[in-house]
Design a protein around this ligand. Structure first.
Ligand code: HEC
Ligand code: HEC
Length: 475
């Protein structure tokens, strides 16, 4: 195992600030910019890279789709072992966020097929995303003309940069990110292995992340085994579910990847609302195409691994697959852009109870275990101090006041600290650059803000593994 110990942006500075408080009392604050290691991560990678390079198995290439001729996209050829290894590190590195607290993997968790298990995920500063996190599996052989729920991106290499810039997700400027990455002692080697030289560029970041994402696929589901043995491994119930699925669902969830057909569905107009709402509060594809024909329309996501990716739909409104099937059975709503078959009979598909159970049983055969468990897609960082159990009083962080905010000269951070714990205080710019860190153990900490340029800063107060981040304005 290669072990690289990181101590990021370690700034060793001791500054003694002597100033007057607004009350005329002289105070001396020793701001000890001690080793500013908000990221206690250890990177562990195998000496010989894992194998990410693979191809679509023949039995899938030759599987007819319900559409008849659906040329199977196949972008596995873009994946290299070294590029994906770099992509894996990027995907799990919290350095990619403005305040070093969130990574791609915070919202895309391997055990849930790289979806999240909550309706809305939390980005930096506990900001909620406006849609449900999408599962990431089998993208190398899906219709990636439509990325995101509303299909607004079509090039994966460019799309993967978006979450870094999105203020609800990682909230970082790309130039600041590259500066942060150049400060680490591991990216130069990883970029060299992947691309031949250590240069860190936006393009290479996008490329490596996409390689890692394209590599996420495995073909070990019960359904895949069934495709090769004529489904002799299926129970009667699963067989019934598959038949019902083909009849009622396969038009949109095209086999064998169960996502939108490859023939660009926007161009063919083969996108419909699946009857979720008669009045859509989120216009989806309609919002960016400015075309009422796409109002309320979302892409048809893959159902591979669907059993582990709940909650479901773009807003995470359904908790279980049973609820999803109930919806298709009885809960369809009419909207001008609803699937034409359903407009004729808006009562829903009216499944019997045993049919509903069979549909769920069939969808459960689509779970590929390797994606959920293989080490090559797992977190390469080992959190240090894992054994420091937080003894934090749960109310403690609610008792923090920061005054005045906006600050002009000084800011007083008051903490109800009856048990004498030690806190770490970190002040960072909005782009995540650490400006000051300090430790203190009292009830009040005085932060000198007189030398700071006017702007918005992030103040992080941390004790063991609990933290509170507060936006601090400086006038
Ligand atoms: C704060 C949570 C959050 C973080 C962090 C995050 N994502 Fe996402 N991701 C989402 C949400 C939510 C969506 C769906 C957004 C939409 O459709 O509007 C999404 C969608 C995606 C998709 C689209 C999949 C598809 O089938 O269309 C990909 C790929 C993706 N994210 C990759 C990444 C990468 C790479 C990173 C890190 C650079 C990242 N995400 C960071 C929440 C997050
Ligand atoms: C008219 C096209 C269409 C048909 C037919 C259809 N779906 Fe869907 N399905 C969609 C779309 C579009 C979405 C995403 C909708 C959204 O979130 O707004 C979706 C979402 C889902 C989801 C949730 C996916 C996720 O990642 O959250 C499941 C599960 C699902 N469908 C199962 C089925 C089943 C089972 C059937 C048949 C009974 C079916 N679908 C029929 C288009 C369709």
């Amino acid at each position: 195992m290669k072990k690289i110990y990181l101590s990021l942006i370690a700034v060793f500075l001791i500054v003694a600030l002597t100033s007057m408080t607004p009350f005329g009392k002289k105070i001396v604050t020793v701001v000890n910019f001690s080793s500013a290691t908000t990221l206690d991560q250890v990177l562990e990678l195998p000496d010989v890279p894992h194998t990410y390079e693979m191809d679509l198995p023949e039995f899938l290439e030759n599987t007819p789709s319900i559409w008849g001729s659906d040329p199977r996209p196949n972008t596995f050829s873009l994946v290299t072992n070294e590029g994906s290894t770099l992509g894996r590190v990027l995907f799990y590195d919290k350095l990619l966020s403005a305040d070093n607290t969130v990574a791609c993997a915070s919202c895309h968790k391997q055990e849930f097929s790289f979806a999240d298990n909550v309706a809305m995920s939390e980005g930096i500063e506990e900001t909620e995303t406006s849609r449900n996190s999408l599962q990431i599996n089998d993208l190398a052989w899906q219709n990636t003309e439509e990325l995101f729920w509303d299909g607004r991106h079509s090039v994966l290499e460019e799309m993967v940069i978006q979450p870094i810039l999105n203020p609800d997700e990682l909230g970082l400027d790309i130039v600041d990110l590259i500066i942060k990455m150049e400060d680490t002692d591991y990216y130069a080697d990883l970029f060299t292995d992947a691309f031949g030289t250590p240069a860190i560029t936006e393009e290479r970041i996008g490329d490596a992340l996409s390689q890692f994402i394209r590599s996420i696929a495995s073909f070990d589901s019960k359904f895949d085994v069934g495709l090769q043995n004529g489904f002799s491994n299926f129970t009667q119930q699963e067989q019934l579910g598959m038949d019902l699925f083909e009849m009622n669902c396969g038009f949109c969830h095209t086999t064998p990847h169960f996502a939108s057909p490859q023939n660009n569905s926007i161009l063919l107009g083969a996108n419909f609302t699946n009857g979720l709402d008669s009045i859509a509060s989120d216009a989806g594809m309609g919002a960016w195409t400015n075309d009422p024909f796409f109002d309320g329309v979302f892409k048809t996501p893959t159902l591979r691994n669907i059993a582990v990716t709940g909650p479901f739909m773009h807003d995470g409104r359904f908790e279980t697959l049973e609820e999803v099937v109930d919806f298709y059975s009885e809960g369809l709503e009419n909207h001008p852009n609803t699937f034409f078959n359903w407009l004729q009979d808006p009562r829903g598909l009216q499944f019997e109870d045993n049919e509903k159970e069979a549909l769920v049983a069939f969808m459960e055969t689509l779970t590929a275990q390797e994606v959920l468990t293989h080490d090559k897609w797992s977190n390469p960082f080992v959190e240090e101090n894992n054994n420091t159990v937080s003894t934090l009083d749960p109310h403690l962080f609610e008792d923090v006041t920061v005054f005045p905010n906006p600050a002009s000269e000084f800011t007083y951070i008051n903490i109800n600290n009856s048990t004498g714990k030690t806190y770490n205080i970190t002040l960072s710019s909005m782009s995540g650059k650490q400006l000051q860190t300090d430790k203190f153990a009292g009830n009040q900490y005085v932060l000198n803000t007189s030398d700071l340029p006017v702007g918005i800063y992030m103040l992080e107060i941390r004790q063991a593994d609990a933290r509170r981040t507060i936006k601090l304005a400086v006038n």
